[in-house]
Design a protein around this ligand. Structure first.
Ligand code: SF4
Length: 203
């Protein structure tokens, strides 16, 4: 089978638990999450598929770019595609596979080293993983934002709140920092994540 690929690139992870780690990013095209709360602001242009590649093609591209290391499969919504052949091929090729998904469907049974769930609706099905990353819309009150975050919660090792990046590139980091410092974060379960790669001038 072939995968619709938007881009494959090598950079530093700018979000979530692996901030600063180098990894190859494989961005798959397409996103079926119509109710996504940031779909209007989505900068991933999931519709802009550039090429169709087999899993072996992707592995060869990653090997040439980055050698062996971490490969982050992202999108779009990567679980719109059958990820088993891609993940298996990457793992057999010696790669460590991370996945970023909205959690719209379960990803159990796929041998992934690290799963980051970033729900864009509160009816997502993947309720467990290593990292939960909740994007906060700038116009939400703290109560609205905490409700969304708590409705997204599940069994995760790490939980992050991340300011939405507006279409003009602005991120209201201070507001989300205030939210994390507020009394609702009583057990210090939530931490701040930003799109740090933007401030580093990296893709
Ligand atoms: S789920 Fe992700 S890829 Fe899909 S529209 Fe929302 S932000 Fe964009």
């Amino acid at each position: 089978m072939k995968y619709p690929v938007t881009e494959i690139f090598y950079s530093l992870q700018g979000e979530g638990h692996f901030v600063g780690y180098p990894m190859a990013f494989v961005r798959l095209a397409g996103c079926s999450v119509q109710a996504c709360h940031i779909r209007r602001e989505c900068d991933e242009a999931p519709w802009k598929m550039r090429e169709m590649l087999t899993a072996a093609d992707v592995l060869a591209r990653v090997d040439a770019l980055a050698g062996r290391g971490i490969v982050c499969i992202t999108g779009g919504e990567p679980t719109d595609h059958d990820l088993v052949p891609l993940v298996s091929t990457l793992r057999d090729g010696g790669q460590r596979v991370h996945l970023e998904t909205s959690g719209i469907r379960p990803v159990t049974g796929i041998p992934i080293e690290w799963i980051t769930v970033s729900p864009k609706t509160t009816d997502h099905l993947q309720r467990s993983g290593h990292t939960l990353k909740v994007v906060v819309r700038p116009e939400w009150s703290f109560d609205e934002a905490w409700k969304f975050a708590e409705d997204c919660d599940g069994e995760f090792f790490h939980r992050y709140l991340q300011p939405m990046t507006s279409l003009n590139g602005e991120m209201n980091v201070n507001r989300v920092a205030d939210m994390i410092l507020s009394g609702r974060n009583v057990s210090s379960r939530w931490a701040l994540s930003t799109q740090a790669h933007r401030s580093w001038g990296l893709p």
